[in-house]
Design a protein around this ligand. Structure first.
Ligand SMILES: C[S@@+](CC[C@H](N)C(=O)[O-])C[C@H]1O[C@@H](n2cnc3c(N)ncnc32)[C@H](O)[C@@H]1O
Length: 360
């Protein structure tokens, strides 16, 4: 799927197009987090102008008397409006007052599970109001039923695969798979399964359902485009049995369990079955993010360094495999003994991490 004329922005990408284009992005984007439909843009220097601008929006087009809603705001560089909670409250009042005038009722606010989620960005005096088409963020694909320690967000795993240039038609191996996110995201991509096929989106709860048939047609087309099997083997391994169990359950939920070979194994003695051609090793090793108790050599660092060294040695014994690693620990590069060819800065929640790639 391609969107027309996308423009990169801080923290996002903007594009113009019909409503269906937004539905397509909800269904097919592997790396996006939210899809926001812009409904108003105006200037506000203070609370009164913020409220007055929001009163001009035809909220009755987006909410019915029965809809529940919520407003969330982010605020930057406005001298008078500094608190996102206050800004959200002002706009919530404007929405409720507008609907009361038009429909004679005040709709209910439902902060945790609204039918319509309104998002406001205030930058200086620029106000932009959006409806959140996705509702729950896009990383909630609906397949994560079992957790392990420190699972990657599905969208971050998909970004690692895309930025790492991980091809679908060669073997894939994650020797430290945890809950299986990288292997599952790779399998979804390899089988051309749209990541949003098994969940509901915010716009499905909006009162205006004139595009419902188009939405169904998009999903039917996405289902018809699924390949019956992944074109190359996918291995997901871990030394922990609970992690293996979790990965298998998640893969079953994502309908890709038959595409992945799950194997309990220690990454330090990494090997590949005979007859498997070279492909990509993609992994997110443990990186010891816990806080240090005090100065001096950290025993956890020493253990990690030894693990990385053993892993680097084992990978060195394979020939022709590309290595893609998401790590927050510089010791991994040291253990590899050569500089990564690609190094992207990414965020794993609050942690800065690096996507590193070594060609064979
Ligand atoms: C940061 S977690 C991976 C998280 C995973 N990417 C996910 O999304 O759930 C690291 C994993 O490495 C595994 N691990 C640690 N040492 C290992 C070893 N020597 N061999 C295989 N797996 C190991 C742990 O059991 C853990 O599941």
């Amino acid at each position: 799927m391609r969107i027309r004329a996308p423009r990169g922005d801080t923290g996002g990408v903007s594009f113009e197009g019909p409503f269906d284009e937004g539905m397509k992005v909800c269904l097919g984007s592997r790396v996006g987090m939210r899809v926001l439909l812009e409904i108003a843009a105006y200037q506000a220097a203070d609370a009164d102008s913020l409220y007055a601008g929001a009163r001009k929006v035809p909220w009755g087009d987006f909410l019915s008397a029965k809809s529940t809603f919520a407003v969330s705001a982010t605020v930057r560089d406005n001298a008078a409006l500094r608190h996102s909670g206050f800004v959200a409250l002002k706009v919530k009042d404007a929405i409720a007052d507008t609907l009361r005038d038009r429909l004679g009722v005040r709709p209910d606010v439902a902060p945790d599970d609204p039918d319509v989620s309104v998002v406001l960005h205030l930058r200086g005096n620029d106000v932009r109001l959006y409806l959140d088409m996705a509702g729950d963020p896009l990383h909630r694909r609906g397949y994560r039923v079992a957790m392990t320690e420190a699972p990657l967000k599905e969208t971050l795993a998909a970004a690692v695969l895309a930025l790492g240039g991980v091809a679908h038609d060669v073997p894939f191996l994650d020797p430290m798979t945890g809950s299986g996110t990288l292997a599952i995201e790779h399998a979804l991509g390899a089988r051309n399964i749209a990541p949003g096929l098994n969940r509901r989106f915010g716009f499905e709860r909006w009162p205006d359902q004139t595009r419902a048939a188009a939405w169904k047609a998009l999903k039917d087309a996405a289902r018809a485009a699924i390949l019956p099997a992944a074109p190359a083997p996918i291995f997901a391994r871990d030394s922990s049995q609970p992690a293996m169990d979790a990965a298998r359950r998640n893969a079953r939920e994502a309908a890709v369990a038959n595409d992945i070979r799950f194997e309990l194994a220690d990454a330090r003695s990494l090997s590949v079955p005979p007859g498997i051609p070279a492909g990509n090793i993609v992994t997110n090793p443990p990186y010891g993010e816990r806080l240090r108790a005090g100065p001096g050599p950290d025993p956890e660092d020493r253990a990690l360094e030894a693990l990385y060294r053993d892993l680097a040695r084992a990978i060195g014994r394979l020939s022709g495999w590309q290595l893609v690693v998401l790590s927050g620990n510089p010791l991994f590069t040291r253990a590899m003994g050569r500089k990564a060819e690609v190094s992207h800065r990414l965020w794993n929640g609050p942690l800065e991490v690096r996507l590193l790639r070594w060609r064979p």
